[in-house]
Design a protein around this ligand. Sequence first.
Ligand code: WT7
Length: 695
Amino acid sequence: SIASSDFLRHVESMAQLPYGAGKMSHLNAVILGEALATEENDPVFPSPDFSAQALISSPQQYMNMYKRSVEDPAGFWSDIASSFYWKKKWNPMVYLENLDVKKGTIKIEWFKEGTTNICYNALDRHIEAGRGDKIAIYWEGNEPDQDGKLTYTELLAKVCQLANYLKHVGVRKGDAVIIYLPMLMELPIAMLACARIGAVHSVVFAGFSADSLAQRIMDCKPKIVLTCNAVCRGSKVILLKDIVDSALVECTKNGCSVGLCLTFENQSALSRGATKWQDGRDVWWQNVVEKFPNKCEVEWVDSEDPLFLLYTSGSTGKPKGVLHTTGGYMVYTATTFKYAFDYKAPDIYWCTADCGWITGHSYVTYGPLLNGATVIVFEGAPNHPSPGRCWDIVDKYKVTIFYTAPTLVRSLMREGNEFVTRYSRKSLRVLGSVGEPINPSAWRWFYNVVGNGQCPISDTWWQTETGGFMITPLPGAWPQKPGSATLPFFGVEPVLVDEKGVEIDGECSGYLCIKKSWPGAFRTLYGDHERYETTYFKPFPGYYFSGDGCSRDKDGYYWLTGRVDDVINVSGHRIGTAEVESALVSHPHCAEAAVVGVEHEVKGQGIYAFVTLVEGVPYSEELRKCLILTVRNQIGAFAAPDKIHWAPGLPKTRSGKIMRRILRKIAARQLDELGDTSTLADPSVVEQLIALTDK
Ligand code: WT7
């Protein structure tokens, strides 16, 4: 187990950091930032200066805190929770959990009976402490000359106006609100306004299609949808309001009408004249919201009252509404943000994620604002107008903490170093990565070129379901290994289990599970607690199952190896193969489809679809385009298949189950590794598929 002192001894014997003895080694080159170790697994050390100023500055300090967090979770988290404002203190039980399906229904509760408000803690608390004039949000538009900013006081005023409007139109505690907005300041404003009045927000990423939006609206039945007319991303203009219109028509057809659509006029995108309008239902944000008072009383909610719903993909077609509650999520996102990024008050923080994903919930909006941080909200595309845009923004705002996804690192890496080195980037001190395992070469480029060999990289492993970081470096505390998310955060007990669900120790590979609950854990899948139990707690009774494969090395470091279920990870976005398949077969000419992930140089994984057409329909380039368009329309552009492979038949077992293992090998062109095909109902199918490779 990681809490053993072996790890500590190991680290101390390798590193000559301030807390170690004084010996020098080849690693000094790394410490001095002169060169990087070239061996895949050579650790990379934080500089002594960095460690000296860090919140957690040594393995010893981590170990002491970690030990307490797992031996006395109630005491550990209570101490942290006490620094927040609670209208009423929680029950001395602090938390209750049952993660064992054999003992009955799965139940997780933290800070039960405590009442608080996350918006109050993210805004009012700082203002009352005299920090109201600090910048809360710097907004940067699609074009470099479009920008804006809000202090904490100004942000609160905007949040209150919207909260008052929402109350005025009848939104009450517990009501769902759908938010379909791009990265304008109004997006976090909308989330916080809901939280202030106890409404449950459900942000739908503005890259989802009308069909996907409609599906989510029909699931949570909101009173109101918040959107905007249009958004520019790079050189493209996307008419968001048109998408909402189609979605609402679809919903009405299915007996789920939404009476109100509050539409923000995004001046940077388009004038209001061109926006389709339905009088009575559609209201311009600017016409109404600004008339409401800029003070709004807080609705005190129970720790376990829902804060938000966020839909994510699973291994079946229907998206899952991941439900997070208030108290535990608040304490957990704030604490993980603070330690994993070594956050201090003067930091300027930029996370490139969109608030439509969990990263934007926990680490654009809640985690940073709960810490009183200054955050950047960026509406544009990271390669517009040039691949240097990110570093231009870093210099413009003097960003100190930069958090992004490996796919962006890889795509910028391909553009050449000049786009990076022409900017100073002197302000940067911590880098972060999330969404998929970061391959060591991308890690090194990020570290050496972007960070000038001086900024530790926090490779944070977590999920929509976990609410916050689970396995993550603490940047000043210990050496990093490029490609490893390192060690568990406070209070997190990861375990690796074998197929039978038996815990395996030491250096090994297995299924990554979590033992015991943590405050940021999701509490249920909206409207389907049974699916929650079946998906996450039944596969390995007694544990939360992450869906990821993982190995652990001799130092206790964790190396994530990717999903082990039918979920693929495209540019850090989770996509269920079943969702793409059901979109494909909805096309009248498609008889059957099987989708697998295939390695992709920039996206991590690409979507590879095997498609069988209806008898008599010929394959054509036109049909290929049409099938891709069908997926774009049903899910969104980010889920469009990279490759369509025509398949006269699919490899199936005699019982009719598609053997994806074989399809994955064909997709990867590992034709000599197909394995045993003798159990197939018709082994000749495989030959046919190979013959049609690259056609
Ligand atoms: C899945 C969760 C959590 C925010 C973004 C994605 C993969 C995420 C890492 C990482 C290796 C990672 C896992 C996980 N993943 N971060 N640092 N190293 N894999 O959230 O859509 O809920 O997806 O993303 O496979 O299960 P999500």
